[in-house]
Write a new protein. Structure first.
Ligand code: HEC
Ligand code: HEC
Length: 159
């Protein structure tokens, strides 16, 4: 007897809840996405911008702003950004056998260490994809205000 009362009560309470949530979904205001487009719309291609730098050999290094920052690429990378399994065009200037001849900065010593800190004879494969850490620069204005202040002169390696 008591059991059936409980069940009936539970059923009575559930019905209006279902009805309410049902209408809520149907009439709710459409979701406003942060990027200002419908979530189902495909992304618009970003505007193509020129690199700030020109051919390598003409730029000054960009000052580093914090300790162990991967230096930013000061030059354009239009014709030599190919990094594949077989070749790495960055290494054709920055690699240990080429940097002198090309008058390019040599890749960091840390690039010859494996994950456990053991010294390797050649560039560590974990550093092969250079542009994962080093990025060329364009004149794009910041998307949001940024008040970041570097620690240059304190910890950052000065060049
Ligand atoms: C044709 C030779 C050449 C190629 C190819 C090249 N670089 Fe450079 N790179 C230079 C030279 C020379 C500099 C010194 C600055 C300058 O003159 O632009 C430099 C500077 C840099 C710096 C700044 C180093 C510092 O201490 O501030 C980084 C990082 C860098 N290059 C990364 C790359 C990456 C990543 C690639 C491949 C996408 C690449 N470079 C391809 C010649 C080259
Ligand atoms: C996992 C991130 C990472 C990858 C991948 C990477 N680098 Fe670096 N690179 C760094 C950091 C961090 C530094 C600064 C500290 C140091 O010298 O190790 C640096 C420093 C450098 C420097 C300046 C060295 C100096 O003594 O001032 C050059 C040039 C450079 N990298 C080129 C390259 C090239 C070319 C590749 C691809 C073969 C590459 N890096 C891949 C993180 C990376």
């Amino acid at each position: 007897m008591r059991k059936s009362v409980t069940i009936t009560l539970a059923a009575l309470l559930t019905v209006p809840l279902i009805a309410f949530s049902g209408t809520g979904h149907a009439q709710g205001t459409p979701t406003k996405s942060l990027r200002g487009a419908d979530v189902a719309e495909s992304d618009a291609a970003p505007e193509v911008r020129d690199y700030v730098g020109k051919k390598p050999g003409r730029q000054k290094p960009i000052p580093r702003t914090f300790l162990d920052q991967p230096p930013l690429i000061p030059h354009a990378v239009d014709n030599f950004d190919e990094i594949t399994l077989e070749e790495n065009q960055c290494l054709s200037c920055h690699g240990p056998d080429k940097y002198k001849e090309k008058e390019a900065p040599r890749i960091g010593d840390s690039h010859f260490l494996d994950r456990d800190g053991n010294k390797l004879r050649s560039v560590s494969m974990s550093r092969h994809n250079c542009t994962q850490c080093h990025v060329p620069q364009t004149d794009a204005p910041p998307l949001v205000e940024n008040t970041f202040k570097g620690e240059l002169g304190k910890n950052a390696k000065k060049k």
